[in-house]
Design a protein around this ligand. Structure first.
Ligand SMILES: [Zn+2]
Length: 287
């Protein structure tokens, strides 16, 4: 075999590796990788190289998310005041979900609850829904809008997550179409293995329409919600997260749901519901 042929074969072999190897999951150095094979039941036991359990809170935490929303009491917390802005699309596939970024969005999209303002950081999807309404009563998709308050020099801001359950509707929802048209099927990584956003400056997401159409009352727009104190639903399952699960559903068409959930990162990427413990779920709703 001539030298040229050999180098051609070597190149071909290299190409095969590049094409057929799954793109390595970019991970935090030293942190064990995790997946949804057991929907979170194994996360607490995953070990670091030094033998420690970095996600122990997933097992030992007493205020974990998601939960089954079943028995509720009333809250007088008040309306979530939403000041969302249309934003150009930045989208990421990080192997665990499809995420749309707002960290750099100007003007920022914010919500305010009582006297605190929280800025939208990102939203992402789970399939099926993580929260349930009565055991086993779930929707095909759940959207998580992750917000953070400003914090100060001593403390980081507090996280407030709005959960929107998405059911199957009879027609496509135009709000989600720019996302579905530019869905990154493969993980979006840079050369160093960090997950990065792909930017589509000419595509606009109408952030306000990610929420279901508000009810109309004499006092104005009304979005009933359930609220409770919980955690992140991915490792390290950090607690101290304020949850607001919107009572009304948003929708996608069957075809849109199929497109979203065909991506490997979106296949059954939900954590099982967690014990409520001594927490209460509160409902805000104006009749
Ligand atoms: Zn989430």
């Amino acid at each position: 075999m001539c030298k040229q042929m050999l180098s051609f074969l070597a190149l071909a072999a290299l190409m095969m590796v590049i094409v057929t190897q799954p793109i390595g999951a970019a991970t935090n150095p030293g942190k064990p990788s995790w997946n949804y094979a057991q929907h979170g039941a194994d996360w607490g036991q995953l070990q670091d190289a030094d033998g420690s359990f970095p996600y122990a809170t997933c097992d030992t935490g007493q205020q974990q998310s998601p939960i089954d929303i079943n028995q509720v009491s009333r809250t007088d917390l008040g309306e979530i005041n939403v000041a969302y802005q249309p934003t150009s699309l930045r989208i990421m596939n990080n192997s665990h979900t499809i995420r749309v970024g707002y960290e750099q969005a100007r003007p920022a999209s914010t919500i305010s609850i009582e006297d605190t303002t929280y800025t939208l950081q990102q939203f992402h999807f789970h399939a099926r829904s993580e929260h349930t309404r009565g055991a086993g009563n779930y929707t095909p998709v759940e959207l998580h809008l992750v917000h953070k308050s400003a914090g100060d020099e001593l403390t980081d801001g507090q996280l407030a997550v709005i959960g929107v359950q998405i059911e199957q509707g009879s027609s496509p929802n135009p709000t989600f179409q720019p996302i579905l048209d530019n869905l990154p099927v493969n993980e979006t990584e840079d050369a160093q293995g960090n997950y990065v956003y792909l930017s589509y400056p000419s595509e606009t997401v109408n952030t306000l329409d990610l929420l279901p159409t508000p009810r109309t009352t004499s006092a104005g727009d009304h979005r009933p919600y359930y609220t409770y104190s919980g955690s992140l639903t991915t490792p390290a399952c950090d607690e101290g997260v304020m949850w607001f699960v919107v009572k009304d559903y948003n929708y996608m068409s069957q075809s849109q749901i199929t497109t979203l959930t065909a991506v490997a990162a979106m296949q059954k990427n939900y954590r099982s519901t967690q014990p409520l413990g001594d927490r209460t779920v509160k409902l805000y709703e104006v009749n």
